[in-house]
Design a protein around this ligand. Structure first.
Ligand code: XMP
Length: 310
């Protein structure tokens, strides 16, 4: 594939399609939406409005970090506070697909529709890639960002058209495009993080309190495994409890799973053989979190497991 040609073609195509209109773009900070943001900024300039939707499900410091990174590149990104809205739609839901559907609806039917109306935009730009489409169509997992391929017409359903400049690319190709666009390595080579964000790492109900626990555990795991070279690592909060002892007293506490996997394209994965000392250090830090008294390391490859828990 000729990457420079691809970049030029996509910029031209965006200019042609959007014309004098306005497009909005939701930037999550992942490599896919970051590449779309830079391509669209080059193609549309002021006719692009980029938003970072703070959905209460992001990692520690993530909203500030993403907005600041793009500001340094001269691309303005507005932070939208939709935390209440997302927590509200997730309240009481425990089924994984119901949670994913609620997040999709909150994004597309509520937040994006509102942003489209406020900005007068007619297009929403999306970082969908080929693998998202393939896995969703194959019925493996409905990725949060797939609409048209499963029969949802966004124009009819939500009032705007969706443009997907990366839909023919795989992840490694998107990373190469990111590099050529001059995106920092922290973005071009960023570890995958799911669209449903920390909601994909909470089995059972997503509440503010449970988010705080998984967010703190995630920060520990990401810090301890940053130099592991693994494909993806994470903390997951289970919906079960176990007996433990804290300060001499019995505690029926929460359980956090640490998962760390090797993969090239996320379609299959094997478990990283982490050093025992590293696992012990992670366990000590995670079980120091309030009301968490067990830490487990997941030894299951994909398949039969998936990488995420939800
Ligand atoms: P699974 O859990 O299906 O995940 O083995 C495969 C890869 O995809 C990521 N993932 C998602 N990414 N939206 C995304 O953008 C989603 O809804 C989603 N679900 C899973 C996951 O982190 C892993 O890298």
């Amino acid at each position: 594939m000729n990457y420079d040609e691809f970049i030029q073609e996509q910029i031209e195509e965006l200019k042609r399609t959007v014309g004098d209109g306005i497009a909005i773009n939701a930037l999550s900070g992942g490599v896919d939406s970051s590449v779309v943001t830079v391509l669209a900024h080059r193609a549309l300039g002021k006719n692009l409005c980029s938003f970072f939707v703070d959905n209460a499900l992001m990692r520690e410091g993530e909203p500030e970090r993403v907005v600041a990174t793009f500001e340094r590149m001269g691309i303005p990104v507005h932070r939208v506070d939709a935390r209440r809205e997302f927590l509200e739609v997730l309240r009481g839901l425990t089924d994984p697909e119901e949670k994913r559907n609620a997040i999709t609806a909150a994004f597309y039917r509520n937040v994006f529709r509102r942003l489209v109306q406020e900005t007068g935009a007619t297009f929403l730009l999306h970082g969908t890639i080929l693998t998202d489409i393939e896995e969703t169509v194959a019925g493996i997992k409905r990725q949060h960002n797939i609409l048209e391929q499963i029969g949802i017409d966004p124009k009819k359903a939500y009032g705007y058209r969706v443009l997907e400049p990366l839909k023919t690319l795989r992840k490694n190709e998107v990373r190469e495009v990111a590099r050529r666009l001059g995106l920092p390595d922290a973005i071009a080579f960023r570890m995958p993080f799911p669209g449903p964000a920390l909601a994909a790492r909470i089995v059972g109900e997503v509440t503010e309190e449970r988010l705080a626990t998984v967010r703190a555990a995630t920060a520990i795991v990401e810090e301890e495994l940053a130099d592991s070279g693994a494909f993806q690592y994470m903390a997951v909060l289970l919906n079960d409890r176990a007996t433990g002892i804290r300060q001499g007293k019995r505690e029926f506490g929460q359980i956090v799973v640490v998962r760390c996997v090797e993969s090239t394209d996320a379609r299959t994965a094997t478990v990283s053989r982490l050093a025992w000392e590293r696992l012990e250090r992670i366990t000590a830090r995670i079980t120091a979190l309030p009301n968490v008294n067990r830490c487990l390391y997941d030894l299951t490859p994909k398949p039969p497991a998936t990488i995420e828990y939800v």
